[in-house]
Write a protein that binds this ligand. Structure first.
Ligand SMILES: Nc1nc2c(c(=O)[nH]1)N[C@H]1C(S)=C(S)[C@@H](COP(=O)(O)O)O[C@H]1N2
Ligand SMILES: [Mo]
Length: 380
């Protein structure tokens, strides 16, 4: 993957270059800049309620945000998985109004980049991996409003023989290392497409913003972010398995001890983050309440264990919603009495018993760092 950037040894500074890869304003107070992408600072999470405000939500763009006219927008559907097997040249189309006429559907779910936590492979395990060096801010939580993908597929004449749906974005083709890989696209198995996948046109009650896929994006709850194709232009519905570089070359585990036929990545593992800056400072003797969030793509969170001294563990009470695809919040009091450097640890276990290990095996793209994060802070 030519999307290669040096790993970082801490939180990169703000400072966004000119260039319009991302349309919304990116205040360095809330975002860390990585080339075409913007990472949420966890200090921003601390000031928010449960959901992440649209203007503080992380952005992951392979190229740049396109501006698409919602009035002339048409979603195209084609393939032999639809009755009459419409072709790419003569597809079925849906306008935004036609999509909005289908029964409404809403889900509160986090969205997380597959590479979230990538910088921690180097920081915690001394493993060098290429790619955007996200700390833990490649995640956000929103209420996504739209219509079920199943409603659209049935309206389009879904055949029982269909096995895969390829979603393709309208952003520019992704060129990397001199190779044009075409538009960002990834196949979705029909089972997940019919289960809880959504075509989204509302984010937290507002029209979907340009950077997050306006006018329509796919949203695949609990799955790695790449499944949720933005600026959705077309859906190919096929009776055969489909492939794209986004499920054959990238977004699957490669290298290390992983078998060469590891499947494309789907469900997000269990993770936890403190609502603190990386390297936050505290005053000695001061009483504070530390807060954080834990999440899993497969199930609600069962319990969280926190260690503030690297030795003893406590189980903070979970507060607020704790749904299948949401993060849940927790709080722990702390009064550090000795100056120095500390590592704050949080380990979550979900209701399926999946938990966070102390370290994770190497994979060459640095995907899915789900080990316990050692969050550095200083007491002065
Ligand atoms: N068309 C298109 N869809 C896309 C992407 C993209 O670059 N182009 N990036 C993917 C990745 S890798 C992630 S993590 C999410 C990020 O969504 P967000 O920018 O709304 O946070 O969108 C996914 N969908
Ligand atoms: Mo991603």
């Amino acid at each position: 993957m030519a999307d290669t950037r040096p790993a970082t040894n801490g939180e990169p500074s703000g400072g966004f270059p000119a260039g319009r890869h991302i349309v919304k304003a990116l205040d360095p107070k809330w975002f860390v800049h990585h080339d075409t992408n913007a990472e949420m600072r966890w200090t921003s999470a601390a000031e928010q309620r449960f959901a992440t405000a649209n203007d503080r939500f992380f952005v992951r763009n392979h190229t740049e945000t396109p501006m698409i006219d919602p009035v002339s927008y048409r979603l195209k559907l084609y393939g032999d998985g639809l009755a009459g097997a419409p072709t790419a040249e003569q597809p079925l189309t849906f306008s935004l109004d036609e999509l909005k006429a289908l029964p409404p559907y809403r889900i509160s779910s986090f969205l997380e980049c597959t590479g979230n936590g990538r910088a921690l492979f180097a920081l915690q395990q001394g493993m060098s991996v290429p790619g955007t060096p996200w700390l833990l801010g490649g995640i956000g939580m929103a209420t996504w409003g739209g219509v079920r993908l199943s409603s659209v597929l049935r309206e389009a004449g879904l055949r029982p023989q269909a096995v895969d749906v390829m979603a393709t974005g309208l952003d520019d083709p992704y060129v990397c290392g001199g190779v044009d890989y075409g538009r960002v696209r990834r196949p979705l198995p029909i089972s997940k497409a019919l289960d809880d996948s959504i075509l989204v046109f509302e984010m937290n009650g507002a029209p979907l913003p340009p950077d997050h896929g306006s006018p329509v994006r796919l949203f695949v709850p609990g799955w790695v972010g790449i499944a949720s194709i933005k600026w959705l232009g077309q859906l190919e519905v096929s009776t055969k398995q489909l492939e794209s570089p986004w499920n054959t070359i990238w977004y699957r585990m490669t290298g290390g001890d992983y078998p060469t036929d590891s499947p494309p990545l789907t469900t997000v593992p269990v993770r936890s983050g403190f609502e603190l800056g990386w390297g936050a400072t505290f005053a000695v003797g001061e009483s504070v309440v530390l807060s954080g969030r834990s999440w899993s793509g497969a199930a609600p969170i069962e319990r969280v264990e926190v260690s503030l001294d690297g030795e003893s563990w406590q189980s903070p009470r979970l507060t607020g919603p704790n749904g299948k695809h949401s993060w849940t919040r927790w709080e722990v009091p702390w009064q550090p009495m000795t100056p120095g450097g500390y590592e704050l640890l949080a380990r979550a276990t979900d209701k399926l018993g999946r938990t966070q290990p102390d370290s994770v095996p190497f994979n060459s793209e640095g995907y899915l760092f789900w080990a316990v994060v050692r969050h550095p802070v200083t007491v002065v």
